[in-house]
Design a protein around this ligand. Structure first.
Ligand code: DGL
Length: 257
């Protein structure tokens, strides 16, 4: 088979990476996609770096066995823990990662703190620390670890009381006066963007990195001469480590939100 018509593999600890996949489909509807969510082992954010690396390598092996031309690690936590190791081990395939979109948030230049919602592992790892270091003179950056939020979303809670109560309590932790902008540093969180705006107010910008990641993926495919030349609509296959109908139907629902 011509390499260009192979699928693009997406991976996340669960259903979160679907927020990236839905943006990518908008940008490149003619590509074919294989998504693997490891909901059985979610959340990753509370595990050790070594555990997350191992699970991420397993997921990449699965995607490779399905035959893919590029891989998107659509998980901030797995990117923080394993992207360098993956790239040095799998040299022949482009591997794209994701990181909190700090730059566009800082560039808004709003009064108040730039709050970064993410897992505690993402916020503790060197990738985020380097990013924070880069922008620390330009903005008041307030990391906000959101333990428990991935579990709510994995359970299908993307709106309503449970998630709004969680967010209301969580934002009490941001003592630093006013919130200027929010960065979603976990791919699960775009699914609760509406709830975040409801709790904080519609005027607070809420930024996620899926659009930037999708455009970066397109550029990498272009540079490697891997874009699918076929014009017709591509296919999407969703796999999950949880043997449950419910997680697959939640996945399709989230993909179309
Ligand atoms: N979607 C993952 C991320 O972007 C969630 C990590 C987790 O499972 O804790 O970080």
């Amino acid at each position: 088979m011509d390499k260009k018509s192979l699928s693009i593999g997406f991976f996340d600890s669960g259903v979160g990476g679907l927020s990236v996949l839905r943006e990518t489909i908008k940008l490149m509807p003619n590509e074919n996609y294989i998504y693997f969510g490891d909901s059985k082992n979610a959340p990753y954010g509370v595990k050790t770096v070594e555990e997350v690396q191992k699970l991420t390598f397993n997921a990449v092996e699965f995607l490779l066995s399905e035959g893919v031309k590029a891989i998107v690690i659509a998980c901030n936590t797995a990117t923080s823990a394993a992207i360098e190791e993956l790239r040095s081990f799998y040299k022949d395939i482009p591997i794209i990662g994701i990181e909190p979109a700090l730059k566009p948030a800082v560039e808004l230049n709003r009064e108040g703190a730039v709050v970064i919602m993410a897992t505690s592992m993402t916020l503790a790892e060197k990738k985020f620390n380097a990013l924070q270091e880069k922008y620390k003179e330009e903005a008041n950056i307030a990391p906000l670890p959101c333990g428990g939020l991935v579990e709510l979303i994995e359970g299908g809670n993307v709106e309503g009381e449970p998630v709004e109560n969680y967010l209301r309590e969580k934002f009490k932790e941001v003592k630093s006066h006013r919130v200027g902008a929010v960065v979603l540093g976990c791919t699960h969180y775009p699914f609760v963007k509406g709830a975040i705006s409801k709790v904080l107010g519609e005027d607070i910008p809420v930024i996620d990195g899926s659009d930037g990641t999708s455009r970066h993926l397109k550029k990498v495919l272009e540079d490697n001469n891997l874009l699918n030349p076929h014009g017709s609509k591509g296919t999407v296959s969703i796999y999950n480590s949880l043997d449950s109908e419910a997680i697959i139907s939640l996945s399709y629902k989230l993909l179309n939100l």
